[in-house]
Design a protein around this ligand. Structure first.
Ligand SMILES: Cc1cc2nc3c(=O)[nH]c(=O)nc-3n(C[C@H](O)[C@H](O)[C@H](O)COP(=O)(O)O)c2cc1C
Length: 373
């Protein structure tokens, strides 16, 4: 069955989807996912075909139980439509958003471009989302499986009004406070690295990040808070941001966001000058892997790492785990390989762990740098 699903996706569904605008396909898939979740038996059937379970993949991290380490990364479910179907697809957790204090319709369309040769997507959404109030309202009406951790990804409203540092900080903080007060989400992510916004990425300097995290850490919550990091920074600059995260007792970092360099050697398609946006998928992989390893080696005892970028197989996910990621996330791999990829990764990871002599995935985290198992 697994092999048939792969063949159906590669030879029928993907060629069909790739005939249309990526955002249109994304909206269609979201609609299908939402619909399956409410059709009687829809979740059960999806689970039967797609989800893979194995106790070797289970971990409890900062008090949260993860049935497997593979999460949906921020940006696929911006408006909180899919929390009830994603556990059945096979994910171990997800990120909703990025969510902002005020709604925003996003940058002008078209704002997604496939890079078929490079196995990536140029993303120019500009933090489109329905805003935190509506997301809270929607989430509270949903019957979400309490075995399925959800992280709410918080970003700064994309508007000229939030370009000023202080206004930006207040915007982030108020958005987080609303989620905390309403007890929405199992953990939070502060996204400081969205490239497609008014004013760019102001909080990727140590001075401004200090101000932001000072305000964020004053929000009273027992839930873990992660910071979503940029990946186009030299290590010495990146490291300064990591130190600010540690100073303000962030639980961990997500490494990382989109690749902003259109001239990256991993990009095999020619991208016309007028196309703006960050690049996902394979062009992020090496940058992210390198930063995961360096962060783990120097700060692994103080920060939990979630690894993201270019995961298209169990081997790709395992590489991030062995470099120090406790959990992984993806989007683009699923678009290029199909929804059965999540089960395939979990199945493959289980085999890789057994082959390496581990009895639980947590033993493999950072294993490249452990002297013994
Ligand atoms: C369509 C799309 C929208 C995205 N939107 C967000 C977002 O709102 N917030 C965020 O933190 N990252 C966003 N990202 C970045 C992803 O979460 C992820 O970090 C990046 O795509 C690398 O993972 P991948 O190669 O598995 O796609 C987006 C990515 C894609 C493809």
């Amino acid at each position: 069955m697994r092999k048939s699903l792969n063949v159906i996706y590669q030879y029928i569904l993907k060629p069909f989807f790739f005939l249309f605008d990526p955002e249109l396909v994304h909206d269609l898939i979201t609609f299908v996912g939402k619909t399956i979740a409410v059709i009687p038996g829809g979740q059960k059937l999806t689970r039967r075909f797609l989800r893979y379970e194995n106790p070797i993949l289970e971990q409890t991290i900062h008090g949260i139980h993860f049935t497997n380490p593979v999460g949906l990364s921020a940006g696929f479910d911006k408006d909180c439509n899919l929390p009830t179907i994603l556990p059945d697809v096979g994910f171990g957790f997800m990120q909703v958003g990025s969510v902002t204090l005020k709604p925003y319709t996003g940058n002008p369309k078209p704002r997604l471009f496939r890079l078929k040769k490079s196995l990536g997507i140029v993303v120019y959404y500009g933090l489109k989302n329905i805003g935190v109030d509506k997301i809270i309202e929607k989430f509270m009406k949903m019957n979400v499986d309490n075995q399925f951790p959800i992280s709410m990804s918080v970003a700064k409203t994309n508007s000229k009004d939030t370009c000023d540092t202080q206004q930006g900080i207040e915007d982030y903080t108020e958005c987080l406070e609303k989620l905390v007060i309403n007890d929405v989400g199992d953990f939070y992510t502060i996204n400081i690295s969205c490239p497609n916004t008014f004013g760019g990425e102001p909080f990727t300097t140590p001075v401004r990040l200090t101000k932001l995290l000072k305000s964020i850490s004053a929000v009273k919550t027992d839930k873990p808070i992660f910071v979503k990091m940029p990946i186009n920074m030299p290590w010495l600059d990146f490291k300064k941001l990591i130190e600010v995260c540690i100073k303000y007792r962030m639980t961990g970092v997500i490494i990382g966001n989109l690749n902003k360099d259109h001239k990256s050697s991993t990009i095999k398609d020619s991208i016309p000058e007028h196309i703006k946006g960050g690049i996902s998928g394979k062009p992020t992989e090496a940058l992210s892997n390198d930063l995961i390893a360096k962060t783990y080696l120097e700060y692994g005892s103080r920060l939990t790492i979630i690894g993201v970028g270019g995961i298209f197989s169990a081997q790709d996910a395992y590489e991030k785990i062995k470099r120090g990621a406790s959990l992984v996330q993806l989007i683009t791999g699923m678009i290029f390989m199909g929804p059965q990829l999540i089960g395939d990764i979990n199945r493959g990871l289980s085999k890789l762990l057994v082959a390496d002599g581990y009895t639980n995935i947590s033993q493999a985290v950072g294993s490249y740098y452990h002297s013994s198992k």
